[in-house]
Ligand binder design. Structure first.
Ligand SMILES: [Zn+2]
Length: 197
């Protein structure tokens, strides 16, 4: 297992805010293992934080009166979805500058913690995405949109705030009453490696 390409100094990650959000996995051959922001189509980098951008030169994201920043929500039922079967649900760590809003947060820095994928994502894609991003990728027998709409808030909170990635599979099984296949996060990679770097 190789180390992350670049170890970033993220002193405030232990205080990261954890929220739900969606990504889209690419359809084209070169993009099948890349996470994209569903709305902007921005690819998320591997083994380094996603950093928010804004067209305004007057502030750095997230702006107080500007909608810029990397989004996450507390309640999965408030997430917006496209009709794409390539959208995935997951928990993201937000840190740096974080602005709290009504539904959740906007932040300057983010990295995925784990992903929940539907039948539209192949086992091969799950395996490669898990290895590349260093996060656990769980398979659902339904669309992640359906899970997001029906996940009870206590179960969603338990999943969102799970401190040990190994607990996610158990919590997911409890929430869905079904044991889902999982590609576990590779050791010594992903966001947890930053905490001890
Ligand atoms: Zn802005």
């Amino acid at each position: 297992m190789t180390a992350p390409h670049r170890v970033v100094a993220v002193p405030d990650v232990p205080a990261a805010v954890l929220g739900w959000r969606t990504w889209r996995v690419g359809r084209r051959a070169q993009q099948r293992h890349v996470l994209f922001s569903p709305l902007t189509g921005t690819p998320w980098p591997v083994a380094r934080p996603m950093v928010a951008a804004c067209a305004s030169p007057r502030h750095t994201p997230p702006g107080d009166t500007c909608p810029c920043g990397l989004y996450a929500v507390a309640d999965t039922t408030t997430l917006g979805w496209s009709p794409s079967d390539h959208e995935v649900l997951g928990v993201v760590a937000l840190w740096g500058e974080v602005v709290e809003g009504e539904r959740g947060w906007r932040a300057s820095h983010a990295y995925p913690r784990f992903l929940l994928t539907g039948p539209g994502i192949s086992p091969e894609q799950r395996a490669v995405v898990a290895r590349r991003y260093g996060v656990g990728v769980h398979a659902l027998d339904r669309s992640p949109r359906d899970l997001a709409r029906t996940l009870a808030r206590p179960a969603a909170d338990a999943l969102r705030l799970a401190t040990d990635p190994a607990d996610v599979a158990d919590l997911l099984a409890e929430a869905t009453r079904r044991r889902e296949p999982v590609v576990p996060a590779p050791r010594r990679r992903g966001w947890r490696s930053w905490l001890t770097a």
